[in-house]
Design a protein around this ligand. Structure first.
Ligand SMILES: Cc1cc2nc3c(=O)[nH]c(=O)nc-3n(C[C@H](O)[C@H](O)[C@H](O)COP(=O)(O)OP(=O)(O)OC[C@H]3O[C@@H](n4cnc5c(N)ncnc54)[C@H](O)[C@@H]3O)c2cc1C
Length: 430
């Protein structure tokens, strides 16, 4: 179970199969560091690891334990790239900045697998590829065009026909798609715990159960208050994504936290596994309310989807995910579904992640729109580069001012209306 979480979404496969959590005692008393990192998910832990490896003094404050947020609860799909295709990113941000964003996001999956190898992180990582599955012919054409754009940039991405995708996934639910061989999947909580251990080994200090509750500007940086201590730092990295609280307004108003939910079966028998994702790829589909699914190392099937807010809606969504899984894969009928859990992803108005400067010496990195395993890891490295003094213009991701979303107070209504609209459009197949 995920500790200190609402019971409706706390029964997590990943927390039940986690490696031991590295010791992260709370901050007690006065401490001082060069860079303070708030939030111990992939973004904050990657930033801490990269800073510590470069010999910098870095301290992470995490409200619960490392990987407690989305990083320890997600689908574990390692997805390269951003939501838009490379040509669109370069057109929007210009050849130079856009080109860097394309390169960073395209290589983000490889960064994850390289870190896992370099630090011998035990997290069942397989670079088996990420499948994008088209639910309509229009989506298939878009995915084939996306594959072509990545191929032009030398990436190992290939278009898939209806027959190829049916053979790879084990269902005829999709009419084509693409295979991105830079991606794959892993045990997300064990990846986060492994990053935490590697950061500690490199010299980073990690404090769990240490929510940052107050910030005060000082002559040389910031003083950060927790329940039992105070940390003074020259620079501050905010890595709180869908769990961003009111610590530094207006950051919380730049993202909409949306609940993503997953369900998992018990380990499946060999004859079923032979017919279901035999190559262990991680597919996600082209619906607006996307479905993402995979197998884990013990042969469980895991299905996820987004959009529920209330507990009642979450229970209904878990039931719907089990139902749709059994429709897509009739061989799952009658299996036991042992787990159902969820967490918050951070959605942004433009569907891009953001690097926001929030004052002198403060940078926030967030808004992965449900794709932060690879991108959060990469963003953490960019944030470390910034904290070590790399000029803004040379960073691999542009820094922008924090722009609060208009009518943010009505976000719950907005999410509910958007989900209903998206569900309708998905059903109409447009
Ligand atoms: C169910 C689900 C499925 C998903 N599936 C995928 C997937 O398959 N592939 C993919 O790429 N992405 C997926 N995502 C998204 C991905 O998990 C996130 O984008 C990523 O984990 C974000 O990492 P992070 O470190 O930025 O934030 P988080 O991991 O959310 O960490 C933020 C941390 O900040 C801490 N915090 C907040 N406020 C404070 C404070 N004041 N003081 C101290 N600590 C604080 C929180 O406790 C939390 O641990 C999924 C997300 C969910 C919820």
């Amino acid at each position: 179970m995920i500790e200190n979480e609402n019971p409706v979404i706390a029964r997590s496969l990943w927390s039940d199969t986690a490696n031991p959590t590295p010791a992260c005692p709370p901050l007690i008393g006065e401490a001082e560091t060069e860079v303070a990192v708030i939030g111990g998910g992939f973004t904050g832990l990657s930033a801490a690891l990269h800073l510590a490896e470069a010999g910098r003094r870095v301290t992470v404050l995490e409200a619960e334990t490392p990987g407690w947020g989305a990083s320890g609860r997600n689908g574990g799909q390692v997805n390269p790239g951003l939501k838009d295709a490379p040509d669109a990113i370069e057109a929007r941000f210009g050849a130079q900045a856009g080109g860097r964003m394309v390169a960073l996001s395209g290589a983000a999956g490889q960064l994850v697998f390289d870190l896992i190898r370099r630090h011998a992180i035990q997290c069942d990582a397989v670079q088996s590829g990420w499948i994008r599955a088209a639910h309509t012919p229009k989506a298939r054409e878009e995915l084939h065009d996306l594959a072509r754009q990545w191929q032009q940039r030398g990436a190992d991405v290939a278009p898939l026909s209806a027959q190829e995708i049916a053979e790879m996934i084990g269902t005829e639910a999709y009419c084509g798609g693409l295979s991105d061989r830079r991606g794959g999947n892993l045990h997300p909580l064990n990846y986060a715990l492994g990053l935490a251990g590697a950061a500690q080994k490199a010299g980073a200090v990690l404090h769990g159960r240490s929510r940052a509750t107050g910030l005060e500007k000082t002559a040389g940086g910031y003083r950060i208050a927790t329940a039992q201590g105070t940390l003074t730092a020259e620079k501050l990295l905010l890595c709180t994504n869908g769990y961003t609280d009111g610590l530094m307004p207006p950051l919380a108003r730049t993202v909409v936290p949306v609940r993503s939910v997953q369900v998992a079966t018990d380990p499946l028998p060999e004859n079923v596994l032979e017919t279901l994702l035999p190559g262990l790829q991680a597919p996600s589909d082209s619906r607006r309310l996307l479905l993402y699914f995979r197998r884990d190392a013990q042969g469980r099937f895991i299905m996820g989807g987004r959009g529920a807010y209330s507990d009642g809606a979450t229970r209904r969504q878990m039931a719907a995910l089990r139902r749709v899984s059994e429709q897509m894969f009739p061989q799952l009928k009658g299996v036991r579904w042992g787990y159902g859990w969820g967490g918050f992803v951070a959605v942004t108005a433009d569907h891009y992640p953001h690097l926001n400067r929030l004052g002198d010496g403060v940078l926030a990195g967030l808004g992965y729109n449900g794709r932060g395993v690879a991108m959060g890891t990469a963003m953490g490295r960019v944030m470390a580069d910034w904290a070590m003094g790399k000029p803004d213009a040379e960073l691999d991701f542009p820094i922008t001012p924090a722009r609060p979303i208009p009518l943010h107070g009505l976000r719950r209504l907005g999410v509910a209306a958007t989900v209903t609209g998206y569900r309708l459009l998905d059903r109409l197949g447009v």
